[in-house]
Design a protein around this ligand. Structure first.
Ligand SMILES: Cc1cc2nc3c(=O)[nH]c(=O)nc-3n(C[C@H](O)[C@H](O)[C@H](O)COP(=O)(O)O)c2cc1C
Length: 317
C-alpha cells in the first residue's frame, strides 16, 4: 500500500508474523527501468517472504522491471491492475487495465519469461460500467493462459471517474460471491480475496469456503496485532506467536541502525502506532510516539518509555 507498506512497516509486520506474505508499495516499471530508481527496491533480508508489486503496461518494460525485482531478491512479482488513482490512469497502469485483458496477458507472459520467481496479478472485479460476470472470467482466462497461477481479487469495481482513490476503496459495493464463483470456474488458479476483511475470523471463513488466500490491507495496518500476530497460530498453525511488546522491543535495534544511517525516528514509529490498538495504554502509546517522534533528537528511548506506559497500564487493569 502506497506510503504505508514501506520497508520499515514490512520489517515490523514480519516481526509480528513469520509466515504472512508481505507486499511492497507499488513501484512503477518506468521509475525502475527508465528512471533507474533502484533504491525503490531496497529492503531487509528479514522481510521474506515479500512480493514486489509493480505498475505499468508495457510488456517489455515490465519484463525488465520483473527481472530487476528478482535480482533485488523479491520472492514474487505482482502486477497492479487495481489502483484507480488519476496519476496511475494517465500512465495506463492499475485498474484501467481491466479494460485490456489481452494487453495484461502479454504483460504477464513477458514478466514470466523474464524471471524465475512467481509472477502474480492483483485486480478488481471490473471498472465503471463493465459487467464483472463477463469481464472478470475473461480477464482471469487471459492471464491464466499467459501462465499466471496466482491472483488476488479486490472484490469491488473501481469507478475511474468521479471517485477519489480512497472512495474507490469503500464506495463501490463488495461482491465476495463473484470471487468465490471464479475459484469454482478456475480451480487451478490460486485465488485470494481482498477488500473490507476486518478480522481473522472473516479470513478463516473465506478459506473454509474454498478460497486459497486472503489479502488484508487496512485492517492489518491499523490493527497489526489482531491480524498479523494471531495469523501464524490461527491461519498457519504455528505453535506459538510472539507478542506486540516483544515486537516493539525488537524494533529498537532496527531503529538505532536507521537513525545511525541518518534516518528519522518518525519514519519508523509512524507504522507502530496501532501496535497496541484496543489494549490498555494504547492511547498513551500512540500519543507519546506521534508527538515525541518528530522532536529533534528523538530516539529509541522514546519507544522504550511508551512501552513502559503500555506495560504499566496492563499491570494496573
Ligand atoms: C493507503 C493505501 C495505499 C494503497 N496502495 C496500494 C498499492 O500500492 N497497490 C495495491 O494493489 N493496492 C493498494 N491499496 C489497496 C489495498 O491493497 C486494498 O486492495 C484495499 O485497501 C482493500 O483492501 P482492505 O479493505 O483490506 O484494505 C492501497 C490502500 C491504501 C489504504
Amino acid at each position: 500500500m502506497m506510503d504505508w507498506t514501506d520497508r520499515h512497516c514490512r520489517y515490523l509486520h514480519r516481526l509480528l508474523s513469520r509466515q504472512a506474505l508481505l507486499y511492497t508499495e507499488m513501484v512503477t516499471a518506468p521509475a525502475l527501468v527508465r528512471g533507474g530508481a533502484l533504491h525503490l527496491l531496497e529492503h531487509s533480508p528479514q522481510e521474506h517472504p515479500v512480493a514486489l508489486q509493480i505498475g505499468g503496461s508495457d510488456p517489455h518494460e515490465l519484463a525488465q522491471a520483473a527481472r530487476l525485482g528478482q535480482q533485488a531478491g523479491y520472492d514474487e512479482i505482482n502486477l497492479n491492475c487495481g489502483c484507480p488513482s488519476d496519476r496511475v490512469q494517465s500512465g495506463t497502469f492499475g485498474a484501467v487495465l481491466m479494460k485490456s485483458p489481452d494487453l495484461v496477458a502479454d504483460c504477464m507472459a513477458a514478466m514470466i519469461a523474464a524471471c524465475d520467481v512467481e509472477v502474480t496479478v492483483k485486480c478488481r472485479i471490473g471498472v465503471d460500467d463493465q459487467d464483472p460476470e463477463i469481464v472478470l472470467p475473461a480477464f482471469l482466462r487471459a492471464v491464466s493462459e499467459a501462465g499466471v497461477r496466482r491472483v488476488s481479487i479486490h472484490a469491488r469495481k473501481a469507478w475511474l471517474q468521479g471517485l477519489s482513490p480512497k472512495e474507490n476503496r469503500d464506495i463501490p459495493p463488495l461482491d465476495y460471491g463473484i470471487v468465490q464463483r471464479m475459484k469454482a470456474e478456475f480451480p487451478h488458479l490460486h485465488v485470494s480475496v481482498n477488500g473490507g476483511i476486518a478480522s481473522l475470523d472473516q479470513a478463516k471463513a473465506f478459506l473454509a469456503a474454498g478460497l486459497d488466500g486472503v489479502m488484508v490491507g487496512r485492517a492489518a495496518y491499523h490493527n497489526p496485532a489482531d491480524i498479523l500476530l494471531a495469523a501464524d497460530r490461527e491461519i498457519f498453525g504455528a505453535d506459538q506467536a510472539t507478542t506486540a511488546e516483544a515486537a516493539a522491543r525488537a524494533m529498537l535495534p532496527y531503529i538505532e541502525a536507521h537513525l545511525e544511517q541518518g534516518g528519522r525516528l518518525q519514519q519508523v514509529t509512524r507504522h507502530m502506532l496501532g501496535l497496541f490498538a484496543g489494549r490498555p495504554g494504547a492511547r498513551a502509546w500512540r500519543r507519546m510516539l506521534s508527538e515525541g517522534a518528530v522532536k529533534p533528537g528523538a530516539g529509541p528511548e522514546l519507544v522504550e518509555a511508551a512501552l513502559a506506559e503500555v506495560e504499566g497500564a496492563g499491570a494496573t487493569v
